[in-house]
Design a protein around this ligand. Structure first.
Ligand code: CMX
Length: 428
């Protein structure tokens, strides 16, 4: 019997989307008026924390469990390839071996970066932050957008998702090449290294950065890219990307906007801040500090009115499984590394300090507390660059969410704001 034809991501989705649309229509028709959230004045003033007012099917973050991608707890996915995770985020299922191979081939067709993008990047001042460079490069890539070309010729609303998939392949296919190019350019590492047709997405990124070609480093990079891929829909970068996308601004504008949010120190930039904090403690105490010294420095940070980067979370109330996964990797491969040892010791001390301090609702480490030690160990010592690595991965979640939203015809985002006067009237 002839083997069935292997489906592309587009073909797979084309089979799934009618059912998803029906399901949404049925839920709305039968239960549209049912309340799922109340909003208090504290929430309106407080970053809408906990308000349930959007749908995201790619992943959920449970306060007591952390990230669950399509029903699978993150740590169960730690040995998967990032490409498999993207497929899972979009379709809800892991790809078969053949589907994966075909998808990897599709991505590789977009590995090359247009020359004008390199020219733009070269024009940046030496002091530019690599996140500003990455965001600008993605924005410039709007020029490649299939979504815009098709929109200009009168694409049907029900076909938007197809063009978003095309743009996602272009963006995901080239973002690691761009990010690696930024690294080599900005930190004077030598010529830009072209992508290899033989390596998977994560290994290719590590290779293009110029890291030694070792399976251990490839494994670290894949793990990094899997762990940062998505974190449901309400976080700053996902929510920004979602809102910009809802205006039909297209994937390049939307992801670039999301990345600008990721570049904030309370969000993705915390990984840069975190390693800086770790290295500062090591500097201050002349090597891996003792637990007592870490405690002293943690209090100094808090008493100086600053946050301890890498700790706390808006949703999580336990140790982030992403931190756990990185920590397991560290214990396996770099347990004697002084930076890793310090991260490990900080984990023993800071939750106690934050609990005693009494402000943070969650004293436990988040993803950013542990990732930097791994990167540092393998030679990426420019911690200013760490959020770019986060971005390459998070582009997967943002794009997966955009595809689903366009497939389901999610309308333009437009919550209602109210004035202080209005609040005062309500209080009366
Ligand atoms: N160190 C010191 N104080 C902290 C703290 C930390 N790590 N985490 C929270 N707090 C403080 C808050 O600043 C806030 O203080 P004020 O009342 O004076 O404003 C108070 O505790 C209550 O905050 P919260 O409700 O526990 O936390 P939020 O939901 O407001 O904010 C987060 C969440 C992540 C921004 C915050 O915990 C923080 O600033 N952490 C450090 C930065 C960080 O690691 N960010 C990365 C998060 C993961 C990611 O998005 O990449």
């Amino acid at each position: 019997m002839a083997k069935p034809k292997v489906k592309t991501l587009q073909e797979k989705l084309a089979g799934q989307i009618p059912k998803l649309r029906e399901e949404k229509a049925e839920i709305l028709a039968k239960h549209g008026d049912q309340k799922i959230s109340d909003v208090s004045i504290t929430q309106a003033y407080g970053g809408m924390r906990g308000v349930k007012a959007m749908i995201c099917d790619t992943s959920v973050v449970e306060p007591d469990q952390g990230l669950i991608i399509r029903g699978k707890p993150l740590l169960k996915l730690k040995n998967k390839l990032p490409e498999e995770i993207f497929w899972l985020l979009v379709t809800g299922k892991l790809p078969s071996k053949d589907e994966l191979a075909l998808f990897q081939k599709q991505l590789k067709e977009h590995h090359e970066v247009p020359n004008y993008v390199w020219k733009i990047l070269k024009a940046f001042p030496k002091t530019a932050h690599p996140m500003a460079m990455l965001s600008a490069a993605i924005l410039a890539m709007r020029n490649e957008s299939v979504f815009y070309k098709r929109y200009a010729t009168g694409m049907k609303k029900t076909d938007y998702w197809q063009a978003v998939v095309e743009d996602s392949l272009i963006l995901l296919g080239s973002i690691h090449s761009i990010a690696a190019g930024i690294y080599r350019m900005k930190y004077k590492k030598g010529d830009i290294i072209p992508p290899s047709k033989k390596l998977d997405w994560g290994a290719n990124y590590a290779m293009m950065l110029g890291l030694p070609k070792s399976e251990e480093i490839f494994e670290m990079m894949r793990l990094y890219l899997v762990f940062h891929s998505d974190h449901e829909g309400g976080n700053v970068s996902a929510n920004t990307c979602h809102t910009v996308g809802s205006a039909l601004s297209g994937p390049f504008y939307s992801v670039s906007a999301g990345l600008n949010g990721l570049a904030g120190p309370l969000h993705g930039l915390a990984n840069q801040e975190c390693l800086k904090w770790i290295l500062e403690t090591m500097d201050k105490f002349g090597g891996a500090p003792t637990e007592k010294q870490i405690e002293e420095y943690a209090w100094e940070t808090l008493n100086g009115g600053k946050v301890i980067p890498g700790y706390g979370h808006a949703v999580l109330r336990v140790t982030d499984p992403r931190f756990v996964g990185f920590n397991q990797f560290g214990r396996k491969y770099l347990k004697d590394d002084p930076v890793f040892k310090t991260v490990d010791r900080v984990f023993k001390v800071v939750p106690k300090v934050l609990t005693e301090h009494g402000k943070a609702k969650n004293p436990w480490p988040n993803v950013d507390a542990g990732s930097g030690a791994l990167l540092y160990h393998y030679g990426i010592t420019e911690f200013e660059y760490y959020t770019v690595l986060f971005s390459v991965s998070r582009a997967m979640g943002m794009l997966a969410q955009l595809i689903i939203n366009r497939a389901l015809g999610t309308p333009i985002t437009r919550p209602k704001s109210v004035s202080t006067e209005w609040i005062k009237t309500q209080i009366k």
